[in-house]
Ligand binder design. Structure first.
Ligand code: MG
Length: 295
């Protein structure tokens, strides 16, 4: 049976060249009608309502994943995310909700930034087990003063459009949570500042005013990220179909897969292959625009 999806394309207002979305519609031979889109400032875009059968949907997904390039965004909004019923956004934190990788900022203070960055990069490409790599990286932080956490938290910069996405979600009565393989000691103040409804992350071990170089309790890995989404759905009485997952790395694969709409933010290749939205530009408000929130 055919289902109605909305395809949204956005690019920087000053970008050269056209977004390939119109050519994808031609390739799959879909019935398309132009839809309303209010592009965020600095971006231009277009939207179409498409009647898709399973084969067309599969081909369009593949095209979107392969052909959305730097400076472009493409989002395929599923039928369940149409309408105004309550929805939930669950976002990864490092390199998704914020510009930086917090563990690298902490490691920079320990003089071990290059070493930690190399492990992060391999983990995000899916070459290392996330929990192992986390323990390895956190060991590098042993002995650092706990006051460092507040210093690093103050340097964290939300990604462009993050505040707008959160404001648009809340204006529509929707919820926003952040789940991180990073650390709750940094995420909590950020969640407070941004007005997030939920936050979950690892707990850095602290003893006698210094970091112990360990993580307390179960590690927030890719399965735990998806579990957080399900937990918050239950708490807020929201169907999993009406969720949007945002991430950038391999440890966000489960989160994007379980979400109704999985969006990769400049995603690593391993994540790109499961995303129905690709942001090749760092503007999280592209997501609220695609959903018609705040329009
Ligand atoms: Mg990340």
């Amino acid at each position: 049976m055919n289902q109605q999806y909305r395809l949204v394309s956005l690019c920087s207002a000053n970008a050269a060249g056209e977004h390939p979305a119109a050519s994808w519609i031609e390739t799959i031979g879909a019935d398309a009608s132009v839809a309303e889109l209010t592009a965020p400032s600095g971006l231009r875009g277009a939207a179409w309502d498409l009647e898709l059968d399973d084969a067309q949907l599969g081909t369009l997904r593949a095209l979107l994943r392969e052909d959305t390039t730097e400076g472009q965004a493409s989002l395929l909004v599923p039928p369940a995310l149409r309408g105004s019923r309550r929805a939930l956004v669950v976002t990864d934190v490092d390199s998704t909700l914020i510009e930086q990788e917090v563990i690298e900022m902490l490691a920079a203070h320990a003089g071990r930034e290059a070493e930690v960055a190399a492990v992060t990069e391999r983990a995000m490409r899916g070459e290392l087990d996330f929990a192992q790599s986390l323990h390895h990286r956190v060991q590098a932080l042993a002995g650092l003063p706990v006051s460092l956490i507040a210093e690093v938290a103050a340097d964290v910069a939300p990604t462009a459009g993050a505040r707008e996405l959160i404001a648009a979600a809340h204006a529509g009565g929707h919820k926003v949570g952040a789940v991180s393989g990073g650390f709750i000691q940094v995420l909590e103040p950020l969640a407070e500042t941004l007005g997030l409804d939920h936050a979950h992350a690892n707990v850095l071990g602290v003893r006698d005013g210094v970091l112990t170089g360990t993580v307390e309790g179960p590690v927030v890995d890719r399965a735990a990220k998806a579990a957080a989404l399900r937990r918050w759905c239950a708490a807020d009485d929201i169907e999993a179909q009406r969720t949007i997952g945002l991430g950038d790395g391999a440890n966000d694969i489960d989160l994007l897969t379980v979400a109704g709409l999985g969006v990769g933010v400049e995603p690593k290749p391993a994540l790109r292959s499961v995303a129905d939205g690709i942001l090749g530009l760092r503007r999280l408000d592209a997501v609220s625009a695609a959903l018609g929130w705040g329009a």
